[in-house]
Design a binder for this molecule. Sequence first.
Ligand code: AHM
Ligand code: MG
Length: 335
Amino acid sequence: MTVVKTLGQFIIEKQADFPYAKGELSRLLRDIGIAAKIVNREINKAGLVDILGEAGTVNVQGESQKKLDIYANEQFISALESGGECCLVASEENEEVVLLNSKFSKNGKYIVAIDPLDGSSNIEVNVAVGTTFSIYRRKTDVSEEPNESDVLQKGTEQVAAGYIVYGSSTMLVYTTGKGVNGFTLDPSIGEFCLSHPNMRIPEDGTIYSINEGYYTHFPEGVKKYIKYCQVHDKETNRPYTSRYIGSMVADLHRNLIRGGIFIYPTTAANPQGKLRLVYECNPLAFIIEQAGGLATNGVKRILDIEVNKVHQRSCIFIGSKNMVLKAEEMMREYS
Ligand code: AHM
Ligand code: MG
């Protein structure tokens, strides 16, 4: 008989890794898992119930429509607020940080940074999307009101991080700094079940993921690396395969399992890079490092970058160790 281990069971079991833990982080992770299931349900029926319209417009039933990214934002925030362990949320959907004021959450010890629905433009065409999240300890004292300064912590300060990929099946992958584990949602029992224990990213991969449409504006080092990926060389399995979904979580999830590199460099439209450091790059960098890979901005480790703004952007080179090292080498040499 195959024994199924649910996310809830796994989290409780892992609490033993933290002897002084009171279960607060475990409850917080559980709350995120609950919101993920609700968001997943909505994504699955998106094509059926006509909620794909622009925010603020009215659907045929006369109800006001919400885009799924706004819906997802509300679901995660409300799950965190009722869960009571998180006092403040920084979200891609909110310009300002959101204070959670319920009786329990205002004393919560944690803060969460989240992109509730990354790659949301892909929903209309039935392509995978994702959620990324980071959990930090609150820095302000409980006697004060938590504020933006609580979010301005380096990636190395993350207590836990993860992503959810809503794909051909829905998966939640997370780390608390002791390896990476992946759970697949079994819709028949409504639970995330451990399906990918102790995930490791291959040190060498054969996939490179980058939007080559912006090629002419890439830094010289990136152009050289792309050319390197395309050159024929039997020994290193080149040319590599190019795969780009346009949902960072989905691209990264595939590369984590198969081995590969994802790059979003500086471009003309995004001279600092497009992706957001706090809730997109840092959680994924934590996961990938914990799985044995690397994440840099071309010269510096992502997790060591100073955070000055909640919505700060960064360029990113992330994935299999030897591929990221090679790309970095080219950035040093040519950019
Ligand atoms: P979003 O947060 O507005 O959805 O943008 C983030 C997404 C990533 O998932 C993806 O890798 C990237 O934007 C794609 O951007 P581009 O179309 O410029 O390649
Ligand atoms: Mg995003």
